[in-house]
Design a protein around this ligand. Structure first.
Ligand code: SAH
Length: 264
């Protein structure tokens, strides 16, 4: 566990994420609100606050949420950033632009453990700006930290929904200490590992067939058998696999018998 987070032993990874609010300020495009809901839900966040959205609720937001409508339904709508931050203990401005005043900007990955740690004190807000004008200086100054996504310096402004996605992803990774649980685990088909005497019977069968076909000269076996043991040893043979291999050997033996039967 990240040492900064270990000081909160009662917190489970999901508890950290439940303490984080995504705050979208002055959003123009409802599609970005929907994309934000989807981005949040995929990363296990659920609390969305909208400050003066231009259009909300809106069909486009619902469509882009693609199954994360519950987050839109529960979203809080506020008239000002002050109102949105009333009950939070820590606010983080998310902005690509560096300002001369306000908290010193830091790359997001450097900030995530402090953000998660602050959820132990109360609710934490991540504040995102408008699509065209971003966050105002006054909005940034209302926050205790400022983070940026270290993008291409020549083209650093991400789409709002993408910026939300990246922030939520970084927080999820950090909350689960780099190893979030995986979505689906396909159970690989496997049969039990073969017991030693079954494997030995297979080797004996293989040897008989190699001799019968003339592939192995018992007077001059060289290192063929130890090499084959090494090959099959690496494969950790399973019961089903032994049965298949012995079936092949049976078929070879039958074919040999047929060719050696006297023609009537
Ligand atoms: N033209 C605006 C960018 C708006 S993008 C500007 O110059 O600020 C909409 C929002 O996405 C931003 O306000 C910010 O919250 C987030 N965002 C986009 N790119 C970002 C980046 N590289 N780092 C941090 N936040 C970013």
């Amino acid at each position: 566990m990240n040492p900064a987070l270990a000081s909160h032993p009662v917190h489970l990874p999901q508890d950290f994420l439940n303490g984080i609010h995504v705050v979208l300020s002055q959003t123009s495009h409802p599609g970005n609100i929907g994309a934000t809901a989807r981005a949040m839900k995929t990363m296990g966040l659920s609390r969305l606050t909208l400050v003066n959205p231009k259009r909300f609720p809106d069909n486009e937001a619902t469509a882009r949420a693609a199954g994360a409508e519950d987050i839109l339904t529960q979203a809080r709508v506020c008239v000002s950033l002050d109102e949105a931050l009333t009950e939070t203990v820590f606010a983080v401005a998310v902005s690509a632009r560096h300002r001369s005043l306000g908290p010193e900007p830091m790359p997001v990955r450097r900030a995530v453990s402090e953000i998660l740690e602050q959820t132990g004190n109360g609710d934490v807000a991540l504040v995102f700006g408008n699509e065209t004008s971003g966050l105002s200086n006054a909005e940034v100054q209302r926050c205790q930290r400022s983070v940026f996504i270290p993008a291409n310096p020549d083209y650093s402004s991400l789409n709002l929904g993408s910026a939300v996605q990246l922030l939520c992803y970084e927080l999820r990774l950090a909350a689960f200490n780099g190893c979030p649980p995986v979505v689906t685990k396909a159970v690989p088909f496997a049969s039990p590992v073969a017991a030693n005497d079954d494997v030995e019977r297979f080797y004996a069968h293989l040897e008989r067939v190699m001799i019968a076909t003339g592939f192995l000269d018992p007077q001059q076996p060289k290192r063929l058998l130890p090499k084959l043991r090494r090959l099959f040893g690496r494969a950790k043979l399973e019961n089903d696999e032994i049965n298949i291999l012995r079936g092949v050997l049976d078929a070879v033996e039958k074919a040999i018998d047929k060719t050696s039967e006297p023609k009537s």
